[in-house]
Design a protein around this ligand. Sequence first.
Ligand SMILES: [Zn+2]
Ligand SMILES: [Zn+2]
Length: 494
Amino acid sequence: MPGEAADSYAERVAAANNLAAATLPSDPSLRSVGRVRHAAARNTPVQATSPRRQGWDPGAITQACAACLATDGAWRHAWYDPMVTVCLTHGCYLITDCPGRRRSVKDTQHRPLRPAGTGTLCDNALSVGLGPRCDTDLAQLPPTPAPDEVLEQQARAQQSGTGPVMVLGQPTTVASYRDTVRNMAVLLLHINTASPDPPARFDLREQEWGTRRWWLHPPRDPITRAAVFAVADRIVFAASLDDAAAVFMPWFDAIPPASAGRVSWAADHTHADPTLTRILLAASTPRQRLSHRLPHELCLRLRPEWIPQRLPAQLSPLVDGCGLSAASARGFASLCLAKAQAGTGSWADAATLLELPGPIGVDLARTSSAHLTIGTDAWIDRLQQVGRQLAIERVDYRARESVVRGLGRAALNDLLHALQAARPGTRASSRDLIWRWVWDHWAAGHHAAAPPVVITTRRFLARYTQFAGALQPHHERALVTATDQITRGTPDSS
Ligand SMILES: [Zn+2]
Ligand SMILES: [Zn+2]
């Protein structure tokens, strides 16, 4: 069967010849489970390979696609490969555990072949010796669909033949793409466990938290492994070295301070192949940094009050499609514009310029630069356009923020009545929702700085999401007009 693992094939041969696999003669070549799976993963004869102890050994993690097993019962050799996390035929994650006892599938500790031979039953021993065996049918397990980003990464990693795959914008072989992704994944895992505050937390199992040697064992859970590969792939598959460095930068910054420097810490915690070394060196160079480039390259002077805490919705298309959620993109764009203004030092200072707490700026900058999927040049171009627009509009957002913060009961009643006139069903209990809406949409405020009176419990947020989603454009216009009327006399532009 195409793609079938050698041990799966052997099980079928044994079954066809009425041989119980448990009683197979002790052929020395079949003695070690590791050797058999190592060979099965590479689809090479057992004798030809020696299981070199290099880490991430093929077969160290056993996994399976339930849907494939349901189709033909054959185990694929690709499933023994720890770089493989999904079935590309079925678009779902592989399974590593039999849910019956949360044990690894094919947990046949001392025998390369399962005693029951072929079939889709789990067949793990439930006790020592020739006792009862697990009868969970693996083919019946529900598949977990994998997102596009993961499937695209896996399509690159699972290519047979010799590529080419693009690495840093250059065509290269599948083998060297896989090496760099693996080495980068090992480094990201080390940063993840060593840093108190990494850009993303991988969902590791409890016993994996203390892992000090990620180069030996990858995380077992395929969804976690896929998440690590997705980040590594975003870095390695970036269109250029600069772009890769920009995506990797927040991870580089999260490396714990080491006396010999972050680059050598990284080199101590993974195998630094030539590509990975280039990315490391680029990330350590200050002139590549967005934070360094913004004040020099965004030649646009804006008064701080013209920059909203978060771009208003109508400017959102200018920052769409760059890998961030709409809310993060709007917040990050504002923060970058603040950062570009003369006199602003750190990301925390940029946040303060927008009257936001400093730590919010630091967090937003770090998570957003980690997830930007467009290059630094393209991002600065977008900011240039946004800035030009803000300079034309000249709205004093600081004044708007203080107006909304100071809205009294009478003013909120006026807003309520204006909305009720446009939308008769609106309840009197919607005042707090209206208040928050005006903060978000008219003052373009950040939720973290919203008026303290506005409660932000989960229940409130659920109500608010429903309320805001149900407003039609003419309801929104009514609210904006009414807010403008209330604040007439407040200088709104300068
Ligand atoms: Zn499948
Ligand atoms: Zn089982």
